[in-house]
Design a protein around this ligand. Structure first.
Ligand code: TXA
Ligand code: MG
Length: 327
């Protein structure tokens, strides 16, 4: 059996490994990232190898403070500045024109770079101790659900990390549980590339501008249909049809798993995977529930969608992606 990754809570030791070109799985409030020194092209290239991710997929650069933004980008439109000031540290990634000295491997050869200040005490301590930017995609193998605990990372990356140079920094379970909102700030209006905890309504309120939809011209791996797919098939039910759940489950090949608001009862013989009592609780436990389905041999997941308010929009998005592959 392959060696499982080393797990630590020693921030200084992680900073030292990063300086030598090692990889650190980094806890954030959204999901765990797999971090390397963003100025070290060789270290960044190892991220792609460890994830099994295509090299043209750009990575997000994590920084310690909004004051460091100009070290990475050439121009910050006024509305992007408002968003950064309002939501950093937090679950928001801004796409901005990159400086020439940002390595091409970080941005997948694109002229833009994604930047975020994560809101997690250990991530911020590590960024400060390290003193530079950290390129980090979610710390899952390509095509898997994003990890929200150190244990998820260790499970996914067993046999892929090098125990001599790489480590998992354990910062507990991610408090939000779905990836950051991504806003392209290269045009005159903000353009939403990925939903997250910072909602369209929040972006509109902060900037006073309309928010555009993604038009697909910039390649974003989170938009691939199967990106969030667990091994089990996923069937979606709208909340207003939730009374249908029992009949729906009984028609499916077992074992059947259920993800639904706590008010929806679990039919006999069905494996309850998640019973959140709010949209934020739904998001926090969603990826854990998808992983648990696979661990428990569930063949079909029935998921009752939350309404789209607040984090509900991001939960609906991730579940729709998970369902897409098999539908
Ligand atoms: O919450 C998050 O954003 C987490 C944590 C670790 O920060 N990171 C994350 O990274 O989800 P990743 O690589 O799994 O997803 C980042 C997404 C990808 O879909 C990528 O294509 C897109 O951001 N992206 C990054 N840079 C971009 C750019 N310059 N232009 C367009 N899309 C970009
Ligand atoms: Mg990802």
């Amino acid at each position: 059996m392959s060696q499982s990754p080393r797990i630590t809570s020693d921030v200084e030791a992680c900073a030292a490994l990063l300086r030598k070109g090692g990889l650190v799985a980094l806890p954030t409030e959204t999901v765990y990232g797999l971090a390397a020194d963003a100025r070290n092209a060789h270290a960044v290239s190892r991220i792609f190898a460890v994830k099994g991710r295509p090299a043209d997929h750009p990575l997000i650069v994590h920084i310690a403070d909004v004051a460091l933004l100009e070290e990475w980008v050439t121009h910050v439109p006024a509305y992007a500045r408002l968003l950064a000031t309002a939501y950093w540290p937090g679950p928001l990634t801004l796409i901005l024109p990159k400086r020439d000295d940002v390595p091409a491997i970080v941005t997948g050869g694109q002229a833009t770079v994604g930047i975020r200040v994560p809101n997690h005490p250990l991530a911020l301590s590590l960024l400060r101790a390290f003193g530079g930017g950290l390129a980090a995609p979610s710390a899952n193998r390509f095509g898997r659900v994003s990890p929200t605990t150190a244990q998820h990372v260790a499970t996914d990356l067993t046999g892929h990390l090098d125990a001599a140079t790489d480590v998992v920094l354990d910062g507990g379970a991610s408090s939000i549980g779905v990836e950051s909102t991504i806003v392209d700030c290269t045009g005159t209006l903000p353009r939403l590339l990925r939903t997250g905890a910072v909602t369209v309504e929040m972006i509109e309120a902060t900037t006073g501008l309309d928010v555009l939809d993604a038009d697909g011209r910039i390649r974003a791996s989170g938009t691939l249909a199967s990106h969030y797919a667990p091994a089990a098939a996923v069937t979606l039910v709208e909340a207003d049809a939730a009374t249908d759940v029992e009949a729906r489950c009984s028609r499916l090949q077992g074992p059947v798993g259920l993800i639904a608001d706590a008010r929806v009862p679990t039919p006999m013989g069905v494996v309850r995977l998640h019973a959140p009592d709010s949209a934020s609780a739904y998001a926090r436990g969603l990826f854990e529930a998808l992983r648990a389905a696979d661990d428990r041999g569930v063949r079909t997941i029935v998921a009752v969608l939350p309404d789209a308010a607040g984090l509900g929009a991001a939960v609906r998005d991730r579940l729709q992606r998970a369902a897409h592959e098999r539908s």
